[in-house]
Design a protein around this ligand. Structure first.
Ligand SMILES: [Zn+2]
Ligand SMILES: [Zn+2]
Length: 199
């Protein structure tokens, strides 16, 4: 928690309204290592990475902090067929509770390992979405904002439903060019050709 970011709000400042901007360099940094981002081969600081704005009302109730509002933005990822950039729009309503870590239902608590650092790679379930831990003094909104970008990426992003993808042999973009490569014969199909179907 020592890291200082513009996305932290002190509990003693609540209730408050915050408009938080996420610039492209932040988006690039947060999504580093995501295959659909890395596939673009974009530079380290990518002005086209995307951006976002969170408009949040924050208030405290006892030991809990609530945030509600909206998140709007854009994110550029690679098309899963042709690797060209695809711009995804983000327009989400946010309603989140921040709870002291010890109050969080922790189903990994039994294994005794410290899994705090693993959270970033953990699969996010629907229930986890609405609750984030905080230390009781300051709320860190960065994980919440970062998650909006991560969740915006579909399993297989497409530049268009009709994207023809890349030729598997020569790698040409079949949306903009054509080649004369013959499709390889699937060895399983080749084997089937020799089969006689009993009548
Ligand atoms: Zn495509
Ligand atoms: Zn080809």
């Amino acid at each position: 928690m020592a890291k200082d970011t513009p996305y932290q709000v002190l509990v003693r400042d609540l209730p408050t309204h915050r408009k938080l901007e996420v610039p492209p360099e932040r988006v690039g940094e947060w999504l580093k290592g995501m295959p659909m981002r890395d596939a673009l081969g974009a530079p380290e600081v990518d002005p086209q990475a995307g951006h976002g704005v969170a408009d949040l009302d924050l208030y405290a109730d006892g030991a809990h902090v609530f945030a509600s509002g909206t998140f709007r933005g854009e994110l550029t990822v690679a098309c899963s067929r042709c690797v060209n950039p695809v711009m995804l729009k983000i327009d989400e309503k946010l309603r989140v509770t921040f709870m002291p870590r010890h109050e969080l239902p922790d189903d990994d608590a039994q294994d005794g390992t410290d899994d705090v650092e693993d959270d970033e790679d953990a699969e996010v379930s629907e229930e986890d979405l609405d609750v984030f831990p905080f230390d009781g003094e300051r709320v860190d909104l960065e994980p919440l904002l970062r998650e909006q970008f991560v969740l915006a990426v579909p399993y297989a992003p497409l530049c268009a439903e009709t994207c023809k993808g890349l030729c598997p042999q020569c790698g040409i973009d079949r949306n903009t060019a054509s080649c004369t490569c013959e499709p390889p014969i699937d060895p399983r199909l080749a084997a089937l050709k020799g089969l006689k179907i009993p009548s």
